[in-house]
Design a protein around this ligand. Sequence first.
Ligand SMILES: NC(=O)C1=CN([C@@H]2O[C@H](COP(=O)(O)OP(=O)(O)OC[C@H]3O[C@@H](n4cnc5c(N)ncnc54)[C@H](O)[C@@H]3O)[C@@H](O)[C@H]2O)C=CC1
Ligand SMILES: O=C([O-])CC(=O)C(=O)O
Length: 345
Amino acid sequence: MTSSTVGGAGSPAPITVTISGAGGQIGYAAMFRIASGAMFGPDQPVALRLLEIPQGVKGAEGAALELTDCAFPLLASVDIATAPERGFDGANVALLVGSRPRTAGMERADLLAANGAIFGPQGRAINDHAAEDVRVLVVGNPANTNALIAQRNAPDVPADRFTALTRLDHNRAVGLLAERAGAAVADISGVTIWGNHSTTQYPDLSHATVAGRPALDVVGAEWGRGAYADRVAKRGAEIIEVRGGSSVASAANAAIDHVRDWVLGTGNAAATSGAPAPWTSVSLPSTGAYGIPEDLIASVPARSINGQWQVVEGLSVDEFSRARIDASVAELAAERDQVAALGLI
Ligand SMILES: NC(=O)C1=CN([C@@H]2O[C@H](COP(=O)(O)OP(=O)(O)OC[C@H]3O[C@@H](n4cnc5c(N)ncnc54)[C@H](O)[C@@H]3O)[C@@H](O)[C@H]2O)C=CC1
Ligand SMILES: O=C([O-])CC(=O)C(=O)O
């Protein structure tokens, strides 16, 4: 709908980013940063596709007007769509943010059915219309199972292009650890979020370090495996209680971090230098690593190398961690069984 042209001769072709639920809060918080270059860097133009349902279109239209008013040099075009087929046409990156929130008295099966009605058709539209290199990040809850539904409805797209957001949980875990340890965020590494983006997730400090020292020694295992892990897992509810609304800017920031690291890489330099690369947490279709069944989309430690997520394998898992990982994976398996029973996958 609005349109401008970027760059001159030699400028790379724009990357098309589709945001579903673009008229909502996270979409609004994400799109200006994406248009400013936060996702792909200062030399890469972007084309934005804003996908909404009719009730949400006004929000997307208003945001598009403001995008024009920002005069972002990297923003090649903005289009608004209500049909997924058009919204995902040629998409290189798909951020699936719009979903059906749980309302009072709603059963989990009703929630999964309502989301199946969104993520099934969106998966099919991605399958049929997105660019060959499409990368999908599901933000809308229940994110892991919504990603599984979309993936199963897109049989022609490589399965590992479907991911769900646990980077927000990861960033929360890093931020809260740095705060407790009195350390800089840059001094923290080796944190992992395992399992589901839900309160069963396991924020794991077993391999984390603070300025090179084992994190569980720095903060104490009792706190690190107790109150801390609990607070990370329930941080979403804490934000809702304090703010009176769910996380928005931090969720948009995490989605941008996830896609930026996926496309630009977390470990390219280390892969060639032989130095250990930092990892992050990503909900990926399981490779079977760490005993996670292969048909689940579960959070694991991962690095992106040459544009592909690779699970960090071979980390030791003690009895405590095993039980916590298994509990969250069991919840994912139960969600998978429910959507399978509903015929959604
Ligand atoms: N994975 C994560 O870490 C996090 C996930 N979330 C989830 O992200 C989702 C979005 O959150 P907000 O932006 O705050 O919600 P919001 O309610 O402000 O926006 C959602 C938008 O999605 C649109 N929408 C609904 N169905 C759609 C469809 N079929 N196609 C296109 N658009 C559709 C709505 O019209 C609305 O504008 C929620 O499910 C929330 O629970 C939120 C924070 C963190
Ligand atoms: O519970 C919500 O809707 C928001 C959410 O996922 C989070 O903050 O982690």
